[in-house]
Design a protein around this ligand. Structure first.
Ligand code: HEM
Length: 271
């Protein structure tokens, strides 16, 4: 594929394609840079996602739950403590996402992650061919993302996340079980069939995302997303290491003995 991409970009048609679609189109001016709230929302998102994925996988593997949680208001709605943990984390993740999207819209940063022209598609193709050719597109992330990045961020924020939420709510106790029309319009089987592939999408996105962060000007990228500064020094990298320690620590700590006291503030925990 590398050789094919290099060959194509060397032909007349390839050169014309590249000059017509350099990998990025004329975008409205976003404010530029990474404000502190974006840095924090991005960190909380990564932190919560690791825990959400861990507990989600646990739910699927669990044969006999270690404990159950019964809400104070409805005895018949008993769920496993793992599902309670997953849902509590989901709620925090959704709140963080709502704050993030609200601030994106309010500050004008939305235009960096929402395509504003159909030109995004041929440009994304161009950026992908350039990635595959190993002659990577050079863009300034500080101001704008290239079209492949923009599409990936857009799909992650505005397609995958809402899908995860809608299918998750459908399977949860929040969904009204006594509305036959509603249940038929959105069958729980669909929700089950979609929720897991969405998780696989997130995992794939995170892998490619982090690999590219490290493969393209790592120190500068890490400074941008962790300190909000456009600098090439080690501060962002060490903050990244610290954030990994916090995330892994939390992932290890999320176990029934530690979660049960928290869950019992909101309901009854028992076997
Ligand atoms: C520890 C792991 C992570 C690192 C090191 C990291 C790093 C970065 C960096 C450096 C940027 C700036 C973009 C750039 O320079 O090209 C960025 C932006 C972004 N990241 Fe991550 N990321 C991580 C995890 C995640 C996760 C788990 C998600 C969600 C699934 C995510 C979603 C995004 C999005 C949507 C943006 C664009 C934000 C905007 O400009 O509004 N990242 N990330």
């Amino acid at each position: 594929m590398v050789i094919a991409a290099q060959w194509f970009l060397g032909t007349e048609a390839g050169r014309n394609f590249l000059s017509r679609y350099p990998g990025q189109y004329e975008q409205p001016d976003a404010p530029g840079g990474y404000p502190w709230w974006l840095n924090w929302a991005h960190f909380f998102n990564a932190f919560l996602m690791v825990l959400v994925i861990k507990t989600g996988v646990q739910i699927r593997r669990e044969i006999k739950p270690e404990a159950y949680w019964t809400p104070k208001w409805g005895r018949q709605r008993r769920i496993s403590l793992t599902i309670w943990t997953h849902n509590a984390l989901d709620l925090l993740w959704v709140l963080n996402g709502l704050v993030f999207v609200t601030l994106l819209v309010a500050t004008g940063y939305w235009s960096r992650v929402v395509p504003t022209s159909w030109e995004v598609f041929p440009n994304a193709l161009s950026a992908l061919v350039q990635y595959v050719s190993l002659d990577w597109p050079t863009t300034s992330d500080w101001a704008h993302y290239n079209s492949a990045q923009e599409l990936a961020y857009f799909v992650t924020i505005f397609v995958a996340a809402p899908l995860a939420i809608a299918t998750g709510v459908r399977m949860s106790g929040l969904w009204p079980g006594d509305k036959p029309m509603l249940n038929k319009a959105f069958p729980v089987e669909w929700a089950r069939a979609v929720h897991f592939p969405v998780m696989i999408y997130f995992v794939t996105f995170i892998l490619v995302h982090v690999i590219l962060v490290f493969a393209t000007d790592a120190l500068r990228n890490l400074n941008q997303i962790y300190t909000g500064q456009d600098a090439t020094n080690w501060t962002g990298f060490w903050l990244f290491v610290l954030s990994l320690i916090v995330i892994i620590g939390a992932a290890v700590a999320v176990r029934p003995v530690l979660v049960a006291p928290l869950a019992s503030l909101f309901g009854r925990v028992g076997r």
